[in-house]
Structures are given as structure tokens and as C-alpha cells.
Design a protein around this ligand. Structure first.
Ligand code: S3P
Length: 423
């Protein structure tokens, strides 16, 4: 396969969620250019409309307008968060500071995901929760006045961190947080600073101080590096050519996968400039490479948490054994991603094993052949679709439609890249 040309990816999922949530809290109209319009982004827009925001339809290519009312109003019915953990956990933080009851639920995958990781510290801040699904959804929150919190997170997680920072914002209280491992994505901190809040770092603690004000804003959302990673992966596996993925967010807390690719012998060229809320954006230029194995350390994991399915399928083509250390968090993603990645690599003739919380992947040379089970996990589906572009591959993926959770049109975009006809 030869790759050529330039391609764009949909807007960043994390930034789109945060921009919608914060715009709904501004008093007036915000404009979002290039936001993600996928199922997950629509889940955030849908629940925010139930809470009183007016949001124009999320359609590819349209600027989305959000008219916020300063505060949320009590919702008419249950807030259905679809497949989106980010929607649920960040919203729980915001609702913790609102004096009404709201019930949240989601699809079968989301209902199984742990919520006590946010409800425990939010309870410490003064919010009340009624569980109906154990440590999962459905869940009812009753918010109210909040107390400050100084809290060491059990895992490095941008969702926990953002939930508590947003609670501090609506509750007008100080929040100090410590992440145990490497740094998770910091989009919330950057946006809060943009609104004049003080978010600083001292002795490893992230310290939020009230005092800013959420005003309506205009934002151009960069392309999602997590979506770009799949196309970069396809270019790395190609036989010749070069692929440019244009306009991608390159915030260093999101680009850990580029550092790992470099160690694997596949350096990606990055050109970056700054955009709104201090988020750097740039073009990624990827080329085919013979892959070497590497060790991905525990410290690196938060900065590439969503790219592990893709890096694991690339590792399954490297010349030796790659180890991903301390990736237990993958068990509570959209699926038990840890077990599933290993199972699916083996299902297509590769070698992979989970030992404790580590994932070991040994490269093979034979073309991948077999049937992949996705458990409706978008990133697992996309990672194996990339592997299936190898010459001689015969890979059946049980559900490609789930890619629409984060990357609308992914199968078409990948076909374009694999046909060497991008841009
Ligand atoms: C996200 C944080 C990550 C990531 C998810 C999006 C966010 O989850 O896996 O896709 O937007 O904050 P965790 O914070 O649970 O690791």
C-alpha cells in the first residue's frame, strides 16, 4: 500500500465536550468551529439541552452555536449520556454544584463503568448521590453548596480531575488535586485559565482558585490527535509514500503516542502553532517504517491512554516484544480493553498476553487473518481496521459502525488513505 496526500480528522472529542459544557454555563452565545459531531459529542449536546442550554444541531462543517443561561435548570427527565464517560463524569461535577436532583444513565457499556471515582470526592465536597446500579449508572445526584477539597486521585485521570475542577467552578470553592502517575490531559485547566481562573501547580499539586468567570466564547476546535493516530498508524504500516494529517491538536498531554512511535522507529514530523485557549495545533507527517519493539512505562500511560489499542496492533508487527506497563485502567474503558486487545491480537494470528496489569505484545510477520470481536468499542474496531490494511490481511471485524462514537466516516477515510488517494 502507498499513502499520499493530506487528510483532516474530526474535531477533538475532549475539547468538544468541555467547550459545550462551559459554553452552556456562559451567559450568552458561544460559537464552536470544527467541533466533533460524533455520537459522544451529541450525547453532551443532548443532555445540556435538557438542562436549559440552546445548542444548534451538531452537523459536520457547521459552526455550532451554544446559548448558555449561566446556570443549569432542573431537567425534565433522565439524562442519557449514551456511550460517553466524559459526558457523565464531567457533568456530575457540574451538577454537584446545582441545587436540584438529576438522574443520569447510559448505554450498556457506560452503565458498567465506575462512577464512585468521581462520586466519592464529590460527596466529600457536599453533593449527595443515590446509586441504583452499584458503582455505575443509573445514578441520581443532588447538588448544593460545596466545600473546598484537597484530594489525591487514586489514578491519573482527566475525567476525575475535570469533574472536581468543574465542581470547584460552579461551587465557587478551592480544589487541590494530586495525580499519582504521569499527567493526564490538561484541556480543562487550559480552558479555566482562559476564563481568568487561577490553576497553578505547586509540589505536583494542581491548585484551582475561584475568581474567574465563564463568559461566552468563540473557539476553533483542533482535529483530534486520538483520531489522527489511526491514520498515522495506517501510514506507518504502508509500503511507501507519506501522509499529512492537517490541523491536529498537539497538546503534549495528548501526544505521548508520537514519542513511543519515535522509539519504535517511526518518527512523525510535527509542525505546531498556537490556537484558542492555548491549545497547540499542527500537521503530522507520517511515513512507513520497519517497527522496533519498545517498553511503554507506567508514567507514559496517561499521555497515550486512548492510543494503546493502536500502539498494540503496531507492536504486533514489530521485530520483538513490546511491553505496556501498568495499563489496568484499560479494563474500565468502553470495554475491558486490556483483555480484548490481547484476545483480538491472538485472534488474527499475533502474540499478546496480559500479565498482571502489563500487556505484552510480540511481533509476527505473517499477514493478520481471523475474526475480531469489538464489544462495540470504537477504538478497538479502528485499531484492527488499520491492521487490516496490511497486504495479505483477511480480518473480519464484527462491528465497524461503533467507530461513529468518536470518528464519523472513519471507514471511508481509512479506505481513502489506504487507496493512496487522500486529499
Ligand atoms: C478523557 C479522559 C480519558 C480518556 C477519554 C477522554 C477526557 O479518560 O480515556 O477518552 O476527555 O477527559 P480517563 O480520564 O478516565 O482516563
Amino acid at each position: 500500500m502507498k499513502v499520499t496526500g493530506t487528510i483532516r480528522v474530526p474535531g477533538d472529542k475532549s475539547i468538544t465536550h468541555r467547550a459545550l459544557l462551559l459554553a452552556a454555563l456562559g451567559r450568552g452565545v458561544s460559537h464552536l468551529g470544527g467541533p466533533l459531531t460524533s455520537l459522544d459529542a451529541r450525547s453532551t449536546a443532548r443532555v445540556l439541552r435538557q438542562l436549559g442550554a440552546e445548542i444548534s444541531p451538531l452537523r459536520e462543517g457547521d459552526v455550532v452555536t451554544v446559548r448558555g443561561r449561566g446556570r443549569f435548570r432542573p431537567p425534565g427527565g433522565t439524562l442519557h449520556c449514551g456511550n460517553s464517560g466524559t459526558t457523565t463524569r464531567l457533568l456530575l461535577g457540574l451538577l454537584a454544584g446545582h441545587r436540584f436532583r438529576a438522574t443520569l444513565t447510559g448505554d450498556a457499556s457506560l452503565r458498567r463503568r465506575p462512577m464512585r471515582r468521581v462520586t466519592a470526592p464529590l460527596t466529600e465536597m457536599g453533593a449527595k448521590f443515590e446509586e441504583r446500579g452499584g458503582d455505575g449508572l443509573p445514578l441520581t445526584v443532588r447538588g448544593g453548596p460545596l466545600r473546598p477539597i484537597r484530594y489525591a486521585l487514586p489514578v491519573s485521570s482527566a475525567q476525575i480531575k475535570s469533574s472536581l475542577l468543574l465542581a470547584g467552578l460552579v461551587g465557587d470553592v478551592e480544589v487541590d488535586l494530586l495525580e499519582p502517575g504521569g499527567r493526564s490531559r490538561d484541556h480543562t485547566e487550559r480552558m479555566l485559565r482562559g476564563f481568568g481562573f487561577q490553576v497553578s501547580e505547586r509540589d505536583g499539586w494542581i491548585e484551582f482558585r475561584p475568581g474567574g468567570r465563564v463568559e461566552p466564547f468563540d473557539l476553533q476546535v483542533p482535529g483530534d490527535p486520538s483520531s489522527a493516530a489511526f491514520l498515522v498508524g495506517a501510514a506507518v504500516l504502508a509500503e511507501s509514500g507519506e501522509l499529512r494529517v492537517a490541523g491536529v491538536g498537539v497538546n503534549p498531554t495528548r501526544t505521548g503516542f508520537l514519542r513511543v512511535l519515535e522509539r519504535m522507529g517511526a518518527p512523525v514530523t510535527v509542525s505546531a502553532t498556537d490556537t484558542g485557549f492555548g491549545e497547540p495545533v499542527g500537521d503530522l507527517i507520517a511515513r512507513p517504517a520497519a517497527l522496533r519493539p519498545t517498553e511503554v512505562t507506567a508514567e507514559e500511560i496517561p499521555g497515550l491512554i486512548d492510543e494503546i489499542p493502536l500502539l498494540a496492533v503496531l507492536a504486533s508487527r514489530a521485530d520483538g516484544e513490546t511491553v505496556f506497563r501498568d495499563v489496568g485502567e484499560l479494563r474500565v474503558k468502553e470495554s475491558d480493553r486490556l483483555g480484548l486487545i490481547a484476545e483480538d491480537i491472538r485472534a488474527v494470528g499475533g502474540k499478546a498476553e496480559v500479565r498482571g496489569d502489563d500487556l505484552h505484545v510480540e511481533g509476527v510477520q505473517s499477514p493478520p487473518r481471523g475474526s475480531v470481536r469489538t464489544a462495540a468499542d470504537h477504538r478497538v474496531a479502528m485499531a484492527f481496521a488499520v491492521l487490516a490494511t496490511l497486504p495479505g490481511a483477511r480480518v473480519a471485524i464484527d462491528d465497524m459502525a461503533c467507530a461513529a462514537v468518536s470518528f464519523p466516516g472513519f471507514p471511508r477515510t481509512l479506505r481513502q488513505v489506504a487507496a493512496g488517494s487522500a486529499g
